[in-house]
Design a protein around this ligand. Sequence first.
Ligand SMILES: Nc1ncnc2c1ncn2[C@@H]1O[C@H](COP(=O)(O)OP(=O)(O)OP(=O)(O)O)[C@@H](O)[C@H]1O
Ligand SMILES: [Mg+2]
Length: 470
Amino acid sequence: MNAQTTQGELPLVLVADDKKNMVRLMAKVLQPDARVCTASGGTEALRIVENEPVDVVLSDLRMPDMDGIELLKRCKEIRPQVQFILMTAYASTLTAIEALRLGAYDYLTKPFEPEEARAIVLRAIGRAAASRSEPLGGDSREEILPGTIARSDAMRELGSLVRRVAQSDATTLILGETGTGKELVARAIHALSPRARGHFVPVNCATIPVDLLESELFGYVKGSFTGATVDRAGLFEQADQGTLFLDEIAEMRFSLQAKLTRALEERAIRRLGEGAERAIDTRIVTATHRDIESMVSAETFRADLWYRLNVAVVRIPPLRERREDVELLAAHFLRERAPAYRQQIIGFTRAAVAAMNEYDWPGNVRQLRAAVERACVVSTHERIDVGDLPPEVVGLEPRESGMARLADLSWAEAGEQGRIMTARSYLEEVLRRHEGQVSDAASHAGVERESFYRLLRRFGVDPNPHRGQK
Ligand SMILES: Nc1ncnc2c1ncn2[C@@H]1O[C@H](COP(=O)(O)OP(=O)(O)OP(=O)(O)O)[C@@H](O)[C@H]1O
Ligand SMILES: [Mg+2]
């Protein structure tokens, strides 16, 4: 290992790339905020991750001995809390999205500005620090499950339920409104289960095109359809000995639901175009934000599948029903986020806490996180104040409050805040018009789909609440 500086307390970033100038550039940009060590290939990178307290891995997609995706999977197995950032060329953005699906923190498209890289790595460091350190107040009991912060009684009970469910191997259904932490809980179930050494394979049934989902899940043999040029194992097989997480299960097409039911009954699958069945040893965890019980009554979701999926049910309460968690979570996200910004933000004013406690958070924890992140950007004080929170949280009409607040700022600050507000309103309106369909929204906006995703993440806009409503 080639540590460029030796201060023990600084976060450790591993740059894996076979190009020396990239490594040098990153080491320079990250100083003095992080120690940087380097690996010229995947094998060396893995050895370092195994032996050193690496917080963030920044890896090239293409390396001679291993590609970045493989490195990502193996890093996550060795050190689940490691934050992984993939560097890709423009042409491989599909792979970048695959990386996010596999748990990468973010990706950088080459060529990138050093400042952009720096900001992303610092954010990842913040995330790593938050998952390592204890919540504010130093009480580690407030991490009820890996990565899940809460202090309300409802969530503590949920924590112990999830631990029991994790041990059981039962097919598990996670219910909860958007942004309540369903995916976090699914990951915790896997991590706390006897299958933790196997793969956790997440599949979002809402974002994979309907026609692809079947072959993604079950795999196919060469020649079974146009484009099937090789044999391919499906996600069921990839999750062998592990956990398959079928997210947004309510969006699965009816005909595919029948196939899934059969696979669960038989504990076997058949690749598309193949005669023989293959036994599978996979635990199934599913999630939905929909009222799936009503869908079963309305016969838009198959009852036989429903009975198989709800062997164990975990219901995550919305944030407004556990307001004790709001301040704790806000502090957690602040700590995670603040290191990425140069200014020292140490907390919230009492008025800001009161406003957050009052608000109903229809987008739940995800919305709270986005609100805190934006507040970090706009706040010019030591403590985040009411005026730094999004207008909907404070209970004012956007225009009115926006203008009043802008006028309190300097020209430069107002410009920055105005830009953020405009971008966000724009993205939300475009998504609303396209019913949350990101591809359509992106083409409306005249940008690539993946760039659009990046904008959504940057401005904390969630496409989900816009789905299916006009
Ligand atoms: N209790 C928690 N502690 C820390 N972070 C949380 C908690 N709950 C949710 N989050 C964060 O909030 C965001 C949303 O969580 P997650 O993606 O698990 O929600 P979800 O229920 O799957 O949402 P959706 O239905 O929209 O897919 C994530 O960034 C997650 O890390
Ligand atoms: Mg989810």
